[in-house]
Design a protein around this ligand. Structure first.
Ligand SMILES: NC(=O)c1ccc[n+]([C@@H]2O[C@H](COP(=O)([O-])OP(=O)(O)OC[C@H]3O[C@@H](n4cnc5c(N)ncnc54)[C@H](OP(=O)(O)O)[C@@H]3O)[C@@H](O)[C@H]2O)c1
Length: 285
């Protein structure tokens, strides 16, 4: 039995759908906070269990009889994220799970200016100390996160960003398919995976060129000071903690933290991963 947490979220749901193409539904479980949100999965025959990272005892019951558990990182920041992921690791150990997989990030490193990357490094260290067999899936940066961040600028025709660095933006659907391939692989993936990325790393300036070609309208790229970008986002109503997190992304990108590309995801998919142009074209279609 493979159990996927976060199966009511975008990545977890897509992982389950990929598993359903390879396995009978009765070998797939979904650990979710709200069973009502997973009624579609239950209708497909998936074994839906209720579990919250905040309740390690309850979660251990949700993980019962699992050979592998995919812990999809929670959409939380800071100590809260570390605490929730620690609790999920403890629950897996209590449940006697053979292997834990965790959705980490390609830029995971202690002290990263991008807070989630620092937290992923913390959780990876706890996995290594847990005594469990584990695989930290070092996901490329979601291409969809990029579009969410810059979508309004693309519409206005001027992409105004802090200085950035090349980033191997990767489609979430490809990462979900790659994760499912690792879950069903004969080989055990021990420790951290290579970065699971699209084939190229591109800058915001290059994204503006792609957006111009895809939309047929010129999109210019302008670099603005960090503080000016921050003030504009806060003035537009974005919560300041969130703006700081995004600014951290630009700062980490400048250090080259998201510049790596690696063929592993292509091998897992058996085809080239989607490009940023593919994702952008699909988003505006
Ligand atoms: N690689 C990247 O570039 C990138 C970008 C953005 C995010 N991420 C990370 O990847 C994760 C998955 O992405 P996504 O797009 O699927 O995000 P999502 O759609 O927001 O899904 C997050 C999932 O986490 C679950 N969750 C939150 N708190 C939980 C808790 N206490 N216990 C158990 N489950 C909990 C949510 O459950 P509910 O459905 O009940 O809310 C939801 O299913 C995110 O949560 C984030 O950590 C990575």
């Amino acid at each position: 039995m493979i159990i996927v947490t976060g199966a009511t979220g975008q990545l977890g749901r897509a992982v389950v759908q990929n598993l359903l193409r390879r396995f009978p539904a009765d070998q797939i479980g979904a650990s979710v906070r709200d069973a009502d949100k997973a009624s579609g999965l239950a209708a497909q025959g998936v074994d839906v269990r209720v579990g919250d990272f905040a309740d390690a005892n309850g979660l251990a019951k949700a993980f019962a009889n699992a050979d592998q558990v995919l812990i999809v990182s929670a959409d939380k920041l800071g100590e809260e994220a570390l605490r929730l992921h620690r609790s999920a690791i403890q629950a897996a150990r209590r449940a006697g799970v053979r292997r834990v997989l965790y959705t980490s990030h390609m830029g995971a490193r202690v002290g990263s200016p991008f807070p989630p990357a620092d937290q992923h490094a913390g959780t990876e260290a706890e996995l290594a100390e847990s005594g469990l067999a584990y695989t930290a899936l070092r996901h490329g940066f979601y291409a969809e996160s990029c579009l969410q961040m810059i979508g309004d600028d693309l519409t206005s025709g001027e992409l105004r960003t802090p200085e950035d660095g090349p980033t191997s933006w990767t489609a979430r659907a490809d990462l979900a398919e790659g994760d499912a391939a690792i879950l069903v692989a004969d080989r055990d993936w021990n420790g951290t995976t290579p970065p699971l990325t699209a084939a190229t790393a591109i800058t915001m300036a290059e994204i503006a060129v792609i957006a111009s070609a895809v939309t047929g309208r010129e999109v210019r790229h302008t670099i603005i000071p960090d503080d000016e970008w921050r003030d504009a986002k806060v003035a537009a109503g974005m919560p300041s903690f969130y703006v700081d997190m995004l600014l951290g992304m630009f700062r980490a990108a400048r250090c080259g933290d998201f510049a790596a590309t690696d063929p592993t995801l292509e091998t897992l998919l058996g085809r080239p991963p989607r490009t940023m142009r593919d994702v952008l074209s699909a988003a505006i279609a």
